[in-house]
Write a protein that binds this ligand. Structure first.
Ligand code: UTP
Length: 267
């Protein structure tokens, strides 16, 4: 299975910090956020890790390119651990496709359509970290046990966060696994069908890619992945794996990035 990592967004919620530095390159501990995401995709034995990048965000590509000069300089100074860390980042197998304009998450995912072909594929948001790398394998288990169905990770949310997320409606079919009936984007609390919000990990069928190819723009005039998920529900099954807050961290805002650093540095 291929892994698609959308990382071509503008990171506006983090400006001006993200004027020159992609938000996916902000550090958590001593590594940029996107390195955790690539390592997680590789740990899940993805056949290929495809980052959807913007042509403006070259720092991401530089990070994953070898830098033999820097490695040699560090080794000459006896800084072997740092040299190995730099070598490791430059040796991770990552390929890139481009989203020329940030037309939305759904559009970004579709930019990798040629890579995913007719297979199921993972989507890992480039600004969301899952430190223990265990979520994708659990999602694959759920998919396999339901004939290759779509699976998304969902997080139980406190009341005040419900209106900021895509929220699922459905029924719990086994402990921690729901069968999804529909997904409502950013509902008012009183209209929300549950408190389970769509988190940044997905295992999707090739049909989702086909739907994305012709999907019109939705909220914010962007091509929304959530709209494609809602559309595919008319044709295919989708399950939700309920995760815990400590399973994963969104680093996309100043507050959540600070909280992620605090949690990871303590852990
Ligand atoms: P976000 O909505 O968190 O990223 O998308 P954003 O649009 O960059 O953030 P703000 O709202 O402007 O602050 C989640 C992931 O999807 C990517 C982003 O780079 C991020 O890693 N994305 C988003 C794309 O690749 N393309 C898009 O058009 C939108």
């Amino acid at each position: 299975m291929k892994a698609v990592i959308p990382a071509a967004g503008m990171g506006t919620r983090f400006l001006p910090a993200t004027k020159a530095i992609p938000k996916e390159m902000l550090p958590v501990g001593n590594k940029p956020v996107i390195q955790y995401v690539v390592e997680e995709a590789l740990a899940a034995e993805s056949d290929e890790v495809v980052v959807v990048n913007s042509r403006e965000k070259l720092a991401i590509e530089k990070h994953f390119a070898p830098d033999t000069e820097l490695v040699a300089t560090l080794r000459a100074k006896g800084k072997d651990a740092l040299a190995s860390a730099v070598e490791h980042a430059g040796s991770l197998p990552v390929s890139f496709v481009y989203q020329d304009e940030p037309l939305g998450l759904g559009h970004a995912v579709h930019c990798a359509a040629e890579k995913t072909a007719d297979d199921r594929f993972y989507v890992l948001l480039g600004d969301v970290i899952v430190p223990n790398n265990n979520m994708l394998p659990r999602m694959k288990e759920v998919s396999d046990s339901h004939g290759g169905a779509n699976v998304i990770a969902v997080l139980p949310l406190p009341d005040e966060e419900v209106p900021r997320y895509g929220i699922i409606a459905g029924t719990e079919v086994e402990s921690g696994v729901w069968k999804i009936d529909s997904i409502v984007e950013k509902p008012a609390l009183e209209e929300a069908p549950s408190h389970l919000g769509v988190f940044g990990r997905y295992l999707l069928s090739p049909r989702v890619m086909e739907i994305l190819a012709t999907l019109p723009p939705g909220a914010g005039n962007e091509i929304q992945l959530t709209d494609a998920l809602d559309a595919v529900l008319a044709e295919e099954e989708m399950y939700a794996l309920v995760i815990e807050p400590s399973d994963g961290y969104d680093t996309g805002t100043v507050e959540s990035w600070f909280a992620t650093n605090a949690a990871i540095m303590q852990g």
